[in-house]
Design a protein around this ligand. Structure first.
Ligand code: FAD
Ligand code: FES
Length: 613
């Protein structure tokens, strides 16, 4: 079907039964249109994205186009009235179907317990910083052992990466085992599998024992290849499964209209509703005498009389025997340089309703752009989760394009009725792809960290919590060596260290020199752009009411230049993945301080009084 034209609206208003969409320059049947007013039935317009008008199905009432014929260079008005009678109409909009705001399905109808901020100095046995799957599972296990546990959460519990996950619980982590055998050897690769398998079994047992209603369901997990080249990678991965005694079988079909060359199944994995499961664990922490504090940001750790003291932003102290750093990116790095040893990678997810039932199973493509599939239940209705489009944070160009690519995939593979949710999130990958779980730095056995789960934190985060329990209780854990944060596996780590830090250096060098011609007045409503103000590089976002918010674009972590993320309306840092709201507030670290309004440079990060360096 040939579209009549593509509309890039910059203003939408609703009157009675109609939406009035004013659009920017576009092409209408070969005529160059400067401005246009499209009046359509109310509700059809759902987003400030371009959408395509096709000559059938949905009825239009009126289109007024102000045209500029390039040849005659003259403006004229073209009014198409009663277009319905003339047969001009519109399909459901491709891009207009995406929900306006990013919102994960998991928080829908959830009654997540709320906690007050910490307002006094306290003592405790173990302080856990961060209330995602790692922190809450650790707190649950240790409180159950009779220890006095305190959880500090900077925002609301379960609103970090865990609240934005896909929640497959599996030890099938993409193509990994063949690579691990090559890089760290067969026994370490086997230990990685065992730690994740144990975590899966633990979640299953906890759901059964505590009778947690969280839609836990056993599912087979599949990797699939769509090219011959990646088919051979799957076959090598299958050989690695055999060497490591991991159950799996090869196939060459999927129950979808996707042309596949090879599949690899790992049987009896699982999926669940992560927030239903974890909010129950949070309640158990309270029941077992634990303390939970929200809106309490940990900013530093020091030592006194053999104890560790966590300092919070509101100048409270928590004195403890052990500190568990479960803040996703470690809020405290000590001298361990985690920033230089990890990178953040973002992915996108759509929650869609389909005409036909989902056949079951959890799927992940091994080709790029990657695709991930599973289903979930909400209000008795099936929602298919379509994920993918990974890219390094802050390096994804126009992030809405990633949602549109998933929408196109969804349209090709399923008959989609509706796109109910869209959201995105990021996770951290280490140099050798194994998480960092254990002592913050060699010999610091009272401060334990867990990070770098490479988008497999349902099991890796749970495995970290099980290991923390053993270490705090003075027991041995078989996984200390494989996850040790101070390991340095020379072959992959050295190369990746140079690549990652070369990438950071590139972004640092680019710095302030890259000043565009664009000015704040060129930023339309709903847009965020890098602009020039008095010759200085700034970030400007104009909200739907026309108010302009300007921030300095130098990240307050080390000093790379942030980029606009149009999908989430945030400023994202390409170096270590810090994210800031359009006003500059920190959404995700490692940065601790907001983007500045005044001119700020990389040097200010190191020299200002409160720089923290
Ligand atoms: C798109 C996407 C899909 C994924 N899908 C899967 C999947 O299907 N299966 C799977 O196994 N894994 C998946 N993952 C990975 C998994 O979701 C994460 O690895 C996991 O949720 C990380 O949990 P966490 O507890 O370490 O971090 P988080 O959930 O981010 O929790 C950290 C918490 O610490 C808090 N915090 C941060 N700094 C401070 C501070 N200074 N003081 C106090 N609190 C602080 C944060 O506010 C946050 O609440 C996915 C990841 C992404 C991005
Ligand atoms: S997150 Fe490190 S420089 Fe921005």
């Amino acid at each position: 079907m040939t579209p009549l034209f593509s509309v890039q609206p910059f203003f939408v208003a609703s009157y009675n039964r109609y939406d009035v969409v004013i659009m920017e320059e576009s092409l209408f049947q070969g005529i160059n249109v400067c401005y246009g007013v499209v009046i359509i039935r109310r509700g059809l317009f759902r987003d400030t994205l371009p959408f395509t008008i096709y000559p059938h199905k949905i009825r239009l009432s009126l289109i007024v186009l102000f045209t500029k014929r390039i040849a005659v260079r003259k403006q004229e008005m073209l009014i198409l009235e009663n277009v319905e009678a003339e047969g001009i109409s519109m399909t459901e909009q491709t891009n207009g179907r995406l929900p306006k705001n990013p919102e994960p399905l998991w928080r829908e109808d959830m009654d997540i317990p709320e906690y007050t901020p910490l307002e006094e100095h306290i003592e405790t046995d173990v302080v856990v910083v961060g209330a995602g799957i790692t922190g809450l599972t650790s707190a649950y296990l240790l409180a159950k052992e009779g220890l006095n546990v305190t959880v500090l959460e900077a925002g609301r519990i379960l609103n970090g990466t865990t609240g934005h996950t896909t929640a497959k619980i599996t030890a099938q982590h993409g193509l990994i085992y063949d690579e691990l055998i090559q890089n760290v050897g067969q026994s370490q690769a086997r230990l990685y599998y065992e730690a994740n398998k144990e975590a899966l079994d633990f979640i299953k047992e906890t759901v059964n024992e505590d009778k947690i209603e969280c839609d836990f369901k056993e599912q087979d997990a599949y990797l699939y290849a769509t090219t011959e080249r990646s088919a051979s990678k799957i076959e090598k991965e299958y050989e690695a499964y055999q060497k490591l005694r991991i159950g799996g079988d090869l196939g060459d079909q999927l129950p979808f209209s996707i042309q596949v060359s090879r599949t690899l199944r790992m049987k009896s994995q699982a999926q669940f509703h992560p927030l239903r499961y974890l909010s129950q664990l949070a309640e158990q922490v309270k029941k077992n005498g634990g303390n939970m504090y929200e809106q309490t940001t940990a900013v530093n750790i020091d030592k006194q009389d053999g104890k560790r003291i966590v300092h919070t932003r509101n100048e409270k102290r928590v004195t403890a025997d052990f500190v568990l750093v479960c803040s996703h990116f470690p809020f405290y790095e000590g001298s361990a340089f985690y920033s230089a040893r990890m990178y953040a990678d973002r992915s996108y997810i759509l929650g869609v309703k389909t005409k036909h039932p989902y056949p079951g199973g959890m799927y992940l493509s091994v080709d790029q752009p990657n695709r991930s599939l599973r289903s979930a239940q909400l209000h008795g209705e099936e929602i298919v989760l379509i994920g993918g489009e990974s890219h390094k944070t802050g390096q994804g160009k126009d992030t809405m394009k990633h949602y549109q690519a998933l929408e196109k995939f969804g349209q090709d593979v399923f008959e989609m009725k509706d796109i109910a949710y869209r959201w995105s999130a990021q996770d951290l990958t280490t140099l050798d792809k194994l998480p960092y779980i254990g002592e913050l730095s060699p010999g610091e056995d009272r401060v334990l960290i867990a990070t770098g789960f490479r988008k497999w934190g349902m099991t890796n985060g749970t495995a970290a919590a099980l290991m923390f329990r053993d270490l705090v209780l003075g027991k041995k854990s078989p996984y200390v060596e494989v996850f040790s944060p101070s390991r340095f596996n020379v072959h992959p780590s050295l190369k990746n260290f140079l690549v990652e830090n070369g990438d950071v250096a590139k972004h640092l060098m680019k710095g302030k020199l890259d000043v565009p011609d664009r000015r704040p007045e060129d930023v339309a409503k709903g847009e965020g752009k890098i602009v020039s103000i008095k010759g200085h590089r700034k970030g400007a976002y104009r909200d739907e009411n026309g108010e302009l918010f300007v921030v300095d674009t130098t990240c307050t972590h080390v000093g790379c230049e942030v980029e606009w993320n149009s999908g989430d309306c945030t400023w994202d840092c390409p170096c270590h993945g810090s994210r800031f709201s359009y006003k500059g507030d920190v959404i995700e670290g490692p940065a601790e301080k907001p983007l500045q309004q005044h001119d700020h440079t990389i040097f200010d990060n190191f020299t200002s009084e409160d720089s923290g360096y």
